[in-house]
Write a protein that binds this ligand. Structure first.
Ligand code: G3H
Ligand code: 13P
Ligand code: ZN
Length: 334
């Protein structure tokens, strides 16, 4: 049994209180390997931003939960070595699907967990989420819990749904009061992955690029009215930058019909009660674009550092830009 405080990590409570007052969102970036972790920490130290390091079920299978937990501990020391006196790093379980998994992460030193019961009937979602909250909140050091209401379309390993449905504003107060969650993930039109909308849901601009329909800001406003001052979370918030899609295809990749959430909509959301914005796919695209370029331009290259290095640089550049221009979390470290 390890408490996250012994590892130098923090939970989300104060970070979200500050983000709510400051009109910005804390970045939640997924990581699966050392280069992603380094890029996230370098970017957040340089932009003076708090950060949530997220571990998904795919990451746990790929990299091992124990190893990722030790990497997060290493991330705290790494941030200090890079000159950050008081890093504010959360280690968060992304899309936890059972009480047992949340418990095992908490006992290992995670400072925050998500219990995703969004695909369950409402009452079962409440019961499961409450059970996780009761356990997480009774720890010596309070562990924060994110719940979810509403369904995002898309596949994320074990959590999948064919169709999305928006969060029902009339349910949120009841859900929060019955479960005790510290933050709530909602569905207002985002989804996971690089194809957030079907082409037939979009229009096209003069260059033929897909323009997605806007997020349901009216639903977000209704939710804010029902839960004043309560931290809201947006999943599926990659923008799927066109320059990465273009670079991947230029160097032999095939990723048709890619479309993300426009950055100005995320900026608008970050100014509202949305305190946490989840981004994974954009990191995958940035890495893939950089690696494909090296492979095509230098076919004889076989040293992983020569392609993972540029990928890490591109990732860092992207995270810095997100913190500064999209989420607004830059310069918000104490
Ligand atoms: O929540 C979704 C993330 O993109 C994680 O996906 O389980 O394939 O790592 P993953
Ligand atoms: P993206 O696929 O849009 O990056 O969403 C990531 C996410 O929500 C992780 O939980
Ligand atoms: Zn998600």
């Amino acid at each position: 049994m390890t408490s996250y405080k012994e590892l130098g990590l923090v939970n989300t409570k104060e970070l979200f209180e500050k983000a709510m007052k400051g009109g910005y969102a804390v970045p939640a970036y997924n990581f699966n390997n050392m280069e992603q972790m380094q890029a996230i920490i370098q970017a957040c130290v340089e932009t003076k931003s708090p950060v949530i390091l997220q571990v998904s079920s795919g990451a746990r299978k790929y990299a091992n939960q124990t190893l990722l937990r030790y990497m997060a501990q290493g991330a705290v020391e790494y941030a200090k070595e890079l000159g950050c006196e008081k890093p504010q790093i959360v280690l968060h379980l992304d899309h936890g699907d059972s009480f047992e998994l949340c418990k095992s992460c908490i006992e290992m030193g995670f400072s925050s967990v998500m219990i995703d019961g969004s695909s369950l009937p409402y009452d079962e979602n409440i019961a499961l989420t409450k059970k996780v909250c009761d356990f997480a909140h009774s720890q010596k050091d309070y562990v924060t819990v994110e719940g979810e209401l509403g369904v995002l379309a898309g596949v994320e390993d074990d959590v999948s749904a064919e169709e999305s449905h928006y969060t029902r504003p009339e349910e949120v107060q009841d859900f929060v009061s019955k479960t005790g969650v510290d933050s709530l993930a909602i569905s207002i039109g985002t989804s996971h992955g690089r194809c957030k909308f079907k082409p037939e849901q979009c229009t096209r601009n003069a260059d033929g690029l897909l323009i997605p329909p806007p997020l349901a800001f009216d639903v977000l406003e209704e939710i804010e009215k029902k839960l004043p001052g309560f931290p809201i979370v947006l999943h599926g918030s990659s923008s799927v930058p066109h320059e990465y899609v273009e670079q991947i295809e230029k160097y032999g990749g095939k990723i048709p019909d890619s479309v993300g959430i426009p950055e100005e909509q995320l900026r608008k959301a970050a100014k509202s009660a949305v305190c946490k914005i989840n981004i994974d796919s954009d990191g995958r695209l940035a890495m893939t674009a950089a690696i494909r370029k090296v492979f095509v331009e230098n076919p004889s290259e076989f040293d992983p550092r020569k392609y993972l290095g540029p990928a890490r640089e591109e990732l860092k550049k992207m995270y810095m830009r997100k913190n500064i221009e999209v989420l607004g979390s830059a310069s918000h470290l104490d």
